[in-house]
Write a protein that binds this ligand. Structure first.
Ligand code: ACM
Length: 472
């Protein structure tokens, strides 16, 4: 069956402005070429290779950087004789390329799209600690995320079960806690060497994605304590844990060994991370007395700043005094978190990841074979029909850095598992983070989403065929 010609608005996330010119169609043929100004050459290469075209001077598809546009914004004009794509920066141009690729081919619908994101931070998280995913798998995941203009990948690198990033001064972290049997199922050893971490950062940067590393503390540290018993209260060894319990481990606020370890790890990770953020976790410290929690954070929250980064922490950190640049990452589904409201009032920026809307590891429905359900079942509409600026009292649009969709890996074993829980809810959260609030509409979204099913089928990408969507 011949594919139906796309409409100019058949894009996720929905662009800010779409003006179709239905009489015009640009048809890509084998001789069509892509041309680009020097600063757009790398992005032109992405487009040409995705479409199987050559880059050549005077091409019919022309890419330019236009500094009068927003940095992540772009303008795409399709006429019957040419395609002109302008980006505020190469990053904006790259998002315009994603739009162009979604419009398909060989026939591109005529008209003009002018677009820019609602929030600067549009994130996804992948948990490498409960189950390790290789560099190749993370690269493939990045390729999927950028199609929906996700620009941050948060990597949860350490937890009770595993430690997944080499720290040269503390080799047992990965020798012991990146070794055999360190996933939730007791399989899936693995960790990133610093060279592999650098490779992933470079791969992400070429696709305009910022890696946000997370070293979770003072809780979720059994893997660190297994490797270095001096980090426990009594210096005694702990047992390896591959179950999915939380809240039982803690660094010790009253021990100097704690801070020698923490500062060395934070300095190392800051030194090898090109992006501006270091996530220090801070969640679910159920075995850390609250006074100790605040003492610990008072010493640790300034450390990312000392080494040139902004600290991000899960929203429990809002119980402590926060450096001015600290970012609070809201996650628990409670409708009221007074500490987060207070932090926003004091000028701190907030990332929204309410678990009942954005946690990709929640089951879609009772039959879903992967995932958890502690925050409820999370269908596609549930992940789409909400607004970050309405979620918490006193946390409005101006307080928001953006949104993120976390994916925890207790039940995941393969890249197909990752894709199955990611699609099609990640596109929903991506639209929440990108598109103008007033333009969002569930019926429009579910219609546009349906067209991705055949593409994912053709590309061998796993996804959940939700009954909420009329897949073709
Ligand atoms: C979390 O889900 N523990 C942040």
């Amino acid at each position: 069956m011949r594919a139906q010609k796309k409409q100019l608005s058949d894009v996720i996330p929905l662009p800010a402005s779409v003006r179709p010119a239905p009489a015009a169609t640009f048809t890509i043929i084998s001789g069509t070429t892509v041309s680009a100004a020097a600063e757009a050459a790398a992005v032109a290469g992405h487009l040409a290779s995705a479409l199987g075209l050559e880059v050549a001077a005077g091409g019919d598809i022309r890419l330019v950087v236009d500094g009068s546009l927003e940095p992540e914004g772009y303008r795409l004009e399709i006429t019957s004789s040419a395609v002109t794509l302008a980006g505020g920066t190469p990053q904006g141009l790259f998002w315009g390329v994603q739009t162009l690729l979604q419009l398909g081919g060989p026939e591109l619908p005529g008209g003009v799209i002018e677009d820019a994101p609602r929030y600067p931070y549009r994130g996804a998280m992948l948990d490498l600690a409960r189950h390790f995913f290789s560099v190749q798998e993370v690269r493939a995941h990045i390729d999927l995320l950028v199609q929906f203009k996700i620009n941050h990948l948060h990597l949860h690198l350490t937890d009770d079960q595993g430690w997944r990033l080499e720290i040269p001064g503390w080799p047992r972290l990965t020798e012991v806690s990146g070794g055999a049997g360190t996933g939730v199922d007791g399989t899936g050893p693995g960790f990133l060497t610093l060279a592999e971490y650098a490779d992933l950062n470079a791969y992400a940067a070429e696709r305009f994605v910022t890696i946000v590393p997370e070293i979770d503390m003072p809780g979720h540290v059994n893997a660190a304590q297994l490797a270095y018993p001096e980090l426990t209260a009594d210096g005694q060894p702990v047992s390896q844990r591959t179950d999915a319990e939380v809240g039982y481990s803690s660094l010790v606020a009253g021990k100097e060994e704690t801070y020698a370890f923490v500062e060395d790890v934070i300095k190392t990770v800051c030194d090898v991370t090109p992006g501006p953020y270091l996530h220090i976790g801070g969640d679910e410290c159920l075995s850390t007395p609250s006074e100790d929690y605040r003492t610990f954070l008072a010493r640790v929250l300034p450390l990312p700043g000392k080494y040139g980064k902004r600290a991000i922490g899960w929203h429990e950190i809002a119980a402590a005094d926060l450096p001015e640049t600290a970012v609070v990452h809201y996650w628990r589904p409670e409708a009221d978190e007074p500490n987060v409201t207070r932090a926003a009032a004091a000028g701190r920026q907030i990332i929204m990841s309410p678990a009942d809307r954005t946690y990709l590891d929640m089951k879609y429905d009772a039959e879903t074979h992967l995932g958890l359900d502690w925050a409820g079942l999370l269908g596609v509409r549930q992940s789409y029909d909400w607004d970050p600026a309405d979620r918490l009292p006193g946390v409005g649009e101006e307080a928001l850095l953006g949104v993120e969709a976390p994916l925890w890996s207790e039940t995941l074993r393969t890249l197909a598992d990752v894709q199955y829980l990611t699609l099609p809810r990640l596109p929903a959260v991506a639209e929440v983070g990108w598109s103008p609030r007033g333009s969002r509409d569930w019926d429009s979204f579910r219609t546009r989403l349906a067209a991705f099913g055949p593409r994912w089928d053709a590309a061998g990408i796993a996804y959940h065929r939700s009954t909420e969507i009329d897949w073709p």
